[in-house]
Design a protein around this ligand. Structure first.
Ligand code: ADP
Length: 292
């Protein structure tokens, strides 16, 4: 169970990243957290993992009240979660097997348990035959599946996937989300942060849409209508804002403003800002429509 009650987060520079967020997630749910860049998704995850504390409100994760959780208990709390990052975070010099085993060793798991568990989780993600390979010998999608196996190694109740498909191709993205849904069918709670609305639309699951730190939609994918599409629209604007804060752009003229900013800065500068921005440029290069 994860419960955010009236949670707000204001950073030291005055940015309000979350504003009165109320979310209740039951054990065994699968929830997509969607929103533009800057909408508050990372802040939401950071607070949920107790990497940071809210400015107001309360957060409960299973038996842990994060407001009163002593610092020394934070590592124990984190072990109840398996985390998958956009950039995989595998150790390049270790084999697939050792990457998973290492995560278990650092928390003091017995070798006999590791020897049983690692092949089991590699099998779950379909990578039993790659156990002896190094990460660089795998595709992006496969590397992400290793990261997923590692997240599963300690039998976490909750899997948190932070843009897990950000660095893999569309076909592999689909497979990763399918894998997450299968794990979820087995009872694991899955929280997946993404801005890939095309992907979200293919799965009939709960979706929470954040906009400027507020929950603007919380329901199933099918009934979200064009909310998902419009969250992407805000994404475009946010990315432009993020590379040039003086460049204020409103919803309707995003495409025109992008053209203008390309003229001003050139494509290369835009592409430098983040991997995600390249996606936006590719998408918008040909037309102003939302179709890809
Ligand atoms: P998302 O993950 O959806 O892109 P974030 O949670 O990273 O959104 O950011 C939400 C807002 O908070 C943004 O305006 C961002 O610039 C701001 N922000 C994030 N982290 C910090 C920080 N450490 N200090 C100040 N502002 C921050």
């Amino acid at each position: 169970m994860i419960e955010f009650k009236h949670v707000s987060k204001v950073y030291e520079n005055g940015t309000r990243a979350l504003d009165d967020v109320n979310i209740h997630i039951n054990p065994g749910e699968f929830v997509f957290i969607v929103g533009a860049s800057g909408a508050g998704k990372s802040t939401f995850l950071k607070l949920m993992m107790r990497e940071d504390v809210p400015s107001g409100g309360s957060i409960q994760v299973n038996d842990f009240n994060l407001g009163t959780l002593p610092k020394r208990k934070i590592p124990y709390f984190r072990r109840t979660m398996g985390i998958v990052f956009q950039d995989f975070r595998l150790i390049p010099t270790m084999t697939v097997y050792d990457n998973v085993a290492f995560a278990m060793r650092v928390i003091g798991t017995k070798e006999s348990t590791i020897r049983k568990r690692v092949p089991y989780v590699l099998n779950l993600v379909g990578l039993a035959n790659k156990a002896r390979n190094l990460p660089q010998e795998l595709s992006g999608g496969e590397q992400q599946r290793v990261a997923l196996a590692r997240a599963l190694s300690n039998n976490a109740d909750i899997i948190i996937a932070d843009e897990p498909t950000g660095n893999v191709d569309p076909q592999m993205s689909l497979e990763i989300v399918e894998l997450l849904t299968r794990l979820n069918d087995g009872g694991t709670t899955v929280i997946m942060v993404t801005h890939a609305h095309e992907l979200v639309q293919q799965f009939d699951r709960r979706v929470v849409i954040l906009e400027h730190g507020r929950v603007v939609y919380d329901g199933n994918t099918k009934e979200s209508g064009d909310m998902l599409q419009s969250s992407q629209g805000h994404l475009d604007r946010a990315y432009i804002d993020s590379f040039d804060p003086t460049f204020a752009i409103t919803g309707e003229n995003t495409a025109a403003a992008l053209d203008e900013s390309i003229k001003k800065y050139g494509n290369s500068k835009l592409k430098d800002t983040s991997g995600d921005f390249t996606v936006y440029l590719d998408k918008s290069a040909g037309s102003e429509s939302d179709s890809q």
